[in-house]
Design a binder for this molecule. Structure first.
Ligand code: UTP
Length: 297
């Protein structure tokens, strides 16, 4: 089944990135030359998605502006002799239709996904978190592997998982796998397990294919410890109701870059800046000199 709808939850407060996120969405922070969320949209477009719903909120207007055509800016660039920069606005001409709805209160990712009920029209849909980029080339792109796995589940749900060091598992939703392999059955999902109690080191990784039954499961999922309705808990309820949940591992060459905190943001920015065809090599030289300077007693 060809899945054409995707949802990008982008309504979170981004409090771990304050003060950068006080007046602008974290999804618009630059990573290399582009705002973070542009990479997410490009990934969806490459997977054949043609309708994207953004779940936004207050202070998130910049996302809508970014994906809207701006004829005045085009005229201005031409009039000041910078027509060559029009190339940078090509991303506006996507084959994707954008829709926006607001989550007025930040009640958690499960609640954010619930806002997509009408948009999804009773069919399965992709969820791609607006604060995470998947980097690296695999033989088949991650979203394609997820939708292929969905076709085998008969109405189940499919989640991308990344292997992390054991001590990091308490920050994520963690899988208890029932089978082995790169595509595996999930017996149980545990949200942020206490240190030392995680059932595996496979953590939920920002990309999902969800069936329409997820909405009823969210409606019946109480808020967790943090007061938020967790998507992981709603999926766990689907498991209890007899739905199949399939995990797809990120390939060794793939990595999830979660721009939720400064440590990960700095690393991701440096990776993308170093990969910049024009400026990356000079930056590498600069960093080498800086590091040598630091090592000099
Ligand atoms: P996070 O768990 O990183 O939450 O959200 P956050 O609020 O953005 O960040 P902090 O914890 O305050 O620093 C993961 C994804 O889910 C979305 C976020 O926008 C992000 O893409 N989200 C989270 C919502 O859309 N709504 C919510 O209520 C919570």
């Amino acid at each position: 089944m060809k899945i054409q709808n995707a949802v990008i939850p982008a309504a979170g407060t981004g409090s771990r990135l304050l003060p950068s996120t006080k007046a602008q969405p974290k999804e618009m922070l630059p990573v290399g030359r582009k705002p973070l969320v542009q990479y997410v949209v490009e990934e969806l477009e490459a997977a054949g998605i043609n309708s994207v719903l953004f779940i936004t909120g207050r202070r998130k207007r910049a996302i809508e502006d970014h994906f809207d055509a701006d004829p005045e800016l085009r005229v201005l660039l031409e009039s000041i002799g910078r027509a060559h920069l029009l190339e940078e606005l090509k991303y506006e001409d996507t084959g994707v239709s954008f829709f926006y709805t607001r989550q007025s209160e930040q009640l958690g990712l499960g609640d954010a996904v619930r806002c997509a009920r009408d948009f999804t029209g009773g069919g399965p849909f992709v969820v791609a978190l607006g604060d995470s980029i998947i980097t690296g080339q695999a033989e088949r792109p991650l979203l394609q592997r997820l939708t292929d796995a969905y076709d085998d589940t008969d109405g189940g749900c499919v989640i991308a998982f990344e292997e992390v060091p054991e001590e990091a598992t308490s920050r994520y939703g963690v899988a208890a796998p029932a089978t082995e392999g790169d595509v595996f059955e999930v017996a149980e999902l545990v949200e942020k397990p206490a240190p030392g109690t995680a059932p595996s080191n496979l953590v939920v990784s920002a990309r999902y294919v969800l069936p329409p039954e997820i909405f009823d499961a969210i409606d019946h999922t109480p808020a967790g410890k943090s007061g938020e309705i967790q998507l992981t808990d709603a999926i766990q309820l689907l498991i209890r109701r007899g739905h199949r949940v399939i995990g797809v591992k990120l390939a060794g060459s793939e990595r999830r870059c979660d721009i939720g905190n400064f440590e990960s943001y700095y690393r991701t920015f440096v990776d993308f800046a170093l990969a910049d065809k024009e400026l990356g090599p000079a930056l590498a030289e600069y960093l080498k000199a800086k590091l040598a300077e630091q090592r000099t007693p």
